[in-house]
Ligand binder design. Sequence first.
Ligand code: SF4
Ligand code: SF4
Length: 177
Amino acid sequence: MVVRDNKIELEEKDYKNKFKKLKRYLDKDYKIISKGKDEETQVFIKAFNQKDLRKRYEIIYDYMCDYLDKNVCVVCDFKNNKCIGNRMGTSVHKENGCCYFRNEGFCKLFKNKKCTNPNISCKLFMCPLAEKKMGFHSLPKNYFLLKYFFNFVQRDILRYSYRKPKKDCIEDLLRKK
Ligand code: SF4
Ligand code: SF4
């Protein structure tokens, strides 16, 4: 990378080493001026350049929810309200995937056949069958943006905050910075 006047220009080797050398500039007044090669690096640059942590976390949260919907949750392959786990009998439930909770039953945030509360932990969760189909463990540490911008404790928050509203998840993440 080339660093001049608090501006960072990315080079090929920064992409190769997953921007490791930029970490020291992350919470300082340095901005990346390169455009980014793909959607993920564009979001990375946007998040890196956003020095207000709440706004940075919101950028990552929103992008990841959308990314997981399009690339991970599709593996559940819903047909007539039944996911692949419901259909194959690997889930204890007969329909509506795995949106169930002990002592509560079916999640009350599911209304009119859809989830009314986009939540990153729910979207990250994959049962063994879905993970096998995907060939990949859907854990925060296995997604570049979540690994880069969040510490170990924050990654646990991202993993286990099922159903929590986004604003409460962001508050928890800020508290554990
Ligand atoms: S994670 Fe498994 S049980 Fe849950 S919705 Fe997907 S396929 Fe169904
Ligand atoms: S909040 Fe989570 S558990 Fe509830 S309906 Fe949405 S995805 Fe399912």
